[in-house]
Design a protein around this ligand. Structure first.
Ligand code: NAD
Length: 266
């Protein structure tokens, strides 16, 4: 079995993914606010550092800052499911910085594994209207500017653009990082799954409210089999982090029932 870290492991897609990995004999280090091997708040820089240190300790690294390697521990894969969809500006901190900082912080442990893989969770929302100021601040690594831009989007009556902006920024970051010397050059495959609507606690209220459901169905039409169970996303994530995935880099794969094919321009 392989050793994988899964963020957002306490609920929804992350919980399903962790359970499927364990069922096939892999070891999972779950990361979440609670009910996880490593409990940490990914909305803060300190919490992200705690998460990296906690994973490193469980992966057998001597010290949180110590060199990874044969004697310093190794991590075969990272799957980042932690995310927020309706919490205003903090979405920037969890969805974008809580993902990117973990990938960067765990890079040495990943590089020490024989077939390391990273799978991010983006969203069909990354194809929907977004806020260029939030996206730019994220890509510049400027969390306080990104939070300011997100507050401005709320004040301007465009709070929904925060979520789509965090996911678009992730897609763009991943394109560059995946092919860099640090990742592709170190044998670390980095890709993402972009789900459509998935039936988890995140969407339970939306799906249950006929008015919200109508808006969502118009924005995210899913002709192939409708709303996805979390297993449909988890299976794709499992393949992205498998050793067999030796040559995919920088891809955002839409597992969305056909929504992107129906709605995306071009
Ligand atoms: P969920 O709410 O069921 O699970 C998200 C998990 O992230 C929770 O366990 C939560 O505690 C954790 N989390 C939130 N803030 C955190 C923080 N500050 N620190 C640590 N953990 C934190 O949602 P889900 O539907 O399973 O979503 C998983 C991922 O899939 C998210 O990135 C989401 O944006 C993405 N996604 C979901 C859908 C959908 O329709 N459900 C669609 C597209 C993308």
């Amino acid at each position: 079995g392989r050793l994988l870290a899964v963020t957002g492991s306490a609920s929804g897609i992350g919980a399903t993914t962790a359970a499927m990995l364990r069922a096939r004999g892999d070891r999972v280090i779950g990361v979440d606010l609670r009910d996880a091997e490593v409990c940490a708040d990914l909305s803060t820089a300190d919490g992200r550092a705690e998460a990296v240190a906690g994973i490193a300790a469980l992966a057998g690294a001597d010290g949180a800052d110590g060199p990874a390697g044969p004697e310093g521990g190794a991590l075969d894969g990272l799957i980042t499911c932690a995310g927020l969809s309706r919490a205003g500006a903090p979405q920037v901190s969890v969805n974008y910085f809580g993902t990117v900082d973990l990938v960067l912080g765990l890079r040495p442990l990943l590089a020490a594994a024989p077939a390391p893989r990273v799978a991010l969770v983006s969203s069909i929302s990354s194809t929907q209207p977004s806020d260029p100021a939030i996206v730019a601040a994220c890509l510049a690594g400027d969390e306080s500017a990104a939070l300011d831009a997100a507050e401005a989007a709320v004040a301007a009556g465009r709070p929904h653009e925060i979520y789509s902006s965090t996911k678009l920024a992730l897609n763009r970051w991943l394109r560059g990082a995946a092919v860099s010397a640090d990742f592709a050059g170190a044998g670390i495959a980095v890709n993402a799954i972009a789900p459509g609507v998935v039936l988890t606690p995140m969407t339970a209220e939306l799906v249950a409210n006929p008015d919200w459901k109508r808006v969502m169905d118009a924005a995210v039409p899913m002709p192939l089999n409708g709303y996805a169970p979390p297993e449909a996303i988890a299976h794709a994530l499992l393949w992205l982090v498998a050793a067999e995935n030796s040559h995919m880099a920088g891809q955002v794969v839409f597992v969305d029932g056909g929504a992107a094919a129906l709605t995306a321009a071009g």
